[in-house]
Design a protein around this ligand. Structure first.
Ligand code: UDP
Length: 323
């Protein structure tokens, strides 16, 4: 049985959809940012906090958990600057409690959702895992702290872990049953699509003077089902003993500017958008594009879904959500 912490969130719920095909799954979620509608009916749901030892004791006593996958984090850069306590409390302190309780029950396999934000402002166009980590906001730091903790726990307590550093997760499941939901929504693709559905008056492009060909920020967008598949391979690598510790980037290896993403959304939907160009958003590096060669070489994983397909799947989901 696998415990998925944060299985009612955007990325966690897409992972669960893949995982339930082969494993029994327990979800622990407190619905602070997750949604009941995203919970897979094939998984067992426990409502609670990941930093609550009593809840964790109950789960680890009752169920034969062989690995824990951790998706339950606060993940908004801007909010982390305003409310760092929340980020260090939930993303770091509660995660230490989770790890400590796992170890008490001799559960030693852990998959951790990390982020490209751990790199800060990179000096290279394509970022591989050898690049220095210099996060520029509390969110990125909270994830990097846990990465260091995992390294130390592996040394001292024999924890086995895989860290997955996501670039920009996007898109929706092909079943049409689940997709990207945040409240409030801050992410580029859902915001564009909500605008194209008439739910927002316009799209604001944050900054046009970046050192990129069209002046807008470049990101590496990766479909959430591609991400989910990487997690399954990472889990199997831990469970089979193929890997004891690893850090992998998850991206497409191809960047798109904010303008290119808007153009692609217009192309996929056939609808023209209204754009407002505004100042930069604090904390945004100009360009974040992954090299995901390491996970390809180690586990054979490669992103397979294109930006058009990502947007197409998200469009189908957003249309179905329109009330
Ligand atoms: N962005 C934008 N307008 C928006 C939302 C986002 O111009 O309404 C830009 C943002 O500045 C960044 C890119 O789109 O360069 C992706 O932002 P998002 O919040 O989706 O993901 P992040 O890269 O912050 O994880």
């Amino acid at each position: 049985m696998i415990l998925v912490v944060g299985g009612a969130g955007y990325i966690g719920s897409h992972l669960v959809k893949e995982l339930v095909k082969n494993e029994e799954v327990v979800i622990l979620d407190n619905f602070s940012t997750g949604f009941r509608s995203l919970v897979d009916s094939k998984a067992l749901l426990i409502e609670g906090n990941l930093g609550d030892t009593a809840v964790l004791n109950d789960i680890f006593t009752q169920y034969p958990i062989k690995a824990v996958m951790h998706f339950a984090a606060n993940s908004l850069v801007g909010e982390s600057v305003q409310e760092p306590y929340k980020y260090y409390e939930n993303n770091v302190a509660a995660t230490i409690t989770l790890l400590n309780t796992m170890l008490k029950y001799n559960i030693k396999n852990f998959i951790f959702s990390s982020t490209a934000a751990t790199y800060g402002i990179p000096n290279v166009d394509i970022i591989d895992e050898e690049q220095p980590t210099n996060p520029i906001n509390p969110y990125g730091r909270s994830k990097l702290f846990v990465e260091h903790i995992l390294e130390d726990f592996a040394q001292a307590y024999g924890l086995h872990y895989v860290v997955l550093r996501y670039f920009n997760a996007a898109g929706a499941h092909d079943s049409g049953e689940i997709g990207e939901s945040h409240d409030p929504e801050t992410h580029l693709i859902p915001i564009i699509l909500q605008h194209l559905l008439g739910q927002r008056e316009k799209i604001s492009v944050f900054g046009t003077d970046y050192d990129t060909p069209d002046g807008t920020c470049i990101r590496d967008y990766i479909h959430v089902t591609d991400l989910a598949k990487a997690h399954i391979l990472a889990l199997n690598a831990l469970l089979s003993g193929k890997k004891n510790t690893a850090i992998y980037n998850l991206g497409n290896g191809r960047g798109f500017s904010v303008k290119e993403v808007i153009d692609t959304c217009e192309k996929v939907t056939g609808i023209k958008s209204k754009i407002e160009y505004t100042d930069r958003r604090p904390g945004d590096p100009a360009r974040l594009v992954a090299s995901a060669n390491r996970i390809y070489e180690d586990l054979g994983w490669k992103a397979a879904i294109s930006l058009e397909e990502i947007i197409g799947s998200a469009w189908k989901w957003h249309k179905s959500q329109k009330s």
